[in-house]
Design a binder for this molecule. Structure first.
Ligand code: BDR
Ligand code: CA
Length: 314
């Protein structure tokens, strides 16, 4: 049997950069697809190429979509800066993205490869577009592991997490697609992160990449402190990779998840039906389970693995 393959759909982005390097260390990545989100798609594509090249990786990068299916673009600049990866000074990439856009890359890969899953750590626009254009690929994708949403509070709004809020219609298509979804949301991803002393360790490292990622995380941590009064840099996006690399470090519960696209106060909220978790006899949950939702994580161990992976690059 062919081993499991993955596409990483991302918008680097500070935690995306960490997740990319972490995923590349452990998994067979057949491609990286970029999307608008933390910055423009020009910036996120340039950042993805720069990270891949600086790490000495040879993973193809496909440029993705530049705006949501519906509605306006919400900028991630307040958290990730003007470039999407402020604080890092990686050499400009020499290699261009591959020919063909991200949705086409996803469609072709799903049709060609058995055992393909997608790790999605930005707005879900590329993936929704791919499955709308080519519904046959829904049966070809094993699972989509998402960083997005929340069982509790949001960050872009009181109710909505940034990746889902950036394109609620796309997220709704993905959650309703019938493909099994794994969701790591803010309820878990904000409970741990890289501490100031660990950021400093990266900045002081001898290897170029760890140093630059350390610089990036230093910027990101300052923003996190300013905006959220956090003393650590959350690594939200790594949580979508962990189930494939260290499967016991995040605990999931099965439930039905829908995306609110209309609410005046709640547009972009992931409505997670958690009633099944507490149900005694007699409470039935009418909607079928479509998502494994992260409810708990061993954050300390995850951070240790992430630090080791960043320090292992040349
Ligand atoms: C998500 O939004 C972005 O800022 C991060 O890269 C992450 O994917 C967290 O809400
Ligand atoms: Ca992201």
């Amino acid at each position: 049997m062919e081993s499991q393959r993955y596409i990483l759909d991302c918008d680097p982005g500070h935690d995306d950069a960490v997740a990319l390097l972490f995923a590349a260390k452990f998994l067979s990545l057949v491609g990286i697809t970029t999307v608008f989100g933390n910055s423009t798609v020009d910036n996120t594509t340039r950042n993805a190429l720069a990270i891949v090249e600086s790490a000495g990786l040879t993973i193809p990068v496909a440029r993705g979509l530049s705006a949501p299916l519906t509605g306006e673009i919400h900028s991630g600049e307040s958290v990730h800066g003007k470039t999407g990866l402020d604080g890092a000074n990686l050499p400009a990439p020499s290699m261009p993205p591959i020919t063909g856009n991200a949705p086409d890359f996803i469609i072709d890969s799903a049709r060609k490869l058995d055992n393909l899953s997608i790790i999605a750590i930005g707005p879900l626009t590329n993936i929704a577009t791919a499955i709308t254009e080519a519904p046959d690929i829904k049966d070809r994708i094993g699972e989509i592991s998402i960083m997005g949403g929340s069982t509790t509070f949001g960050n872009a709004t009181p109710a909505a997490e940034f990746n889902i809020y950036a394109d609620p219609e796309a997220a709704s298509i993905v959650f309703a697609s019938g493909i099994h979804i794994r969701m790591a949301g803010l309820n878990v991803t904000t409970t741990f992160g890289i501490a100031r002393s660990q950021v400093k360790k990266l900045q002081d490292a001898d290897n170029l990449l760890a140093k630059e990622i350390g610089g990036a995380l230093n910027y990101y941590l300052q923003r996190q402190t300013k905006i959220y009064q956090r003393e650590f840099a959350p690594i939200h996006d790594v949580c979508a990779v962990i189930p494939y690399t260290h499967r016991d470090l995040i605990r999931y519960a099965d439930m039905h998840v829908d995306v609110e696209c209309n609410g005046t106060l709640t547009r972009g909220q992931t409505v997670c039906d958690q009633r099944g978790l507490f149900a005694g006899e007699g409470l039935t949950t009418p909607q079928p389970i479509n998502t494994a939702v992260a409810i708990d994580a061993d954050g300390k161990t995850i951070v240790q693995h992430v630090m080791a992976s960043l320090l292992s690059y040349p």
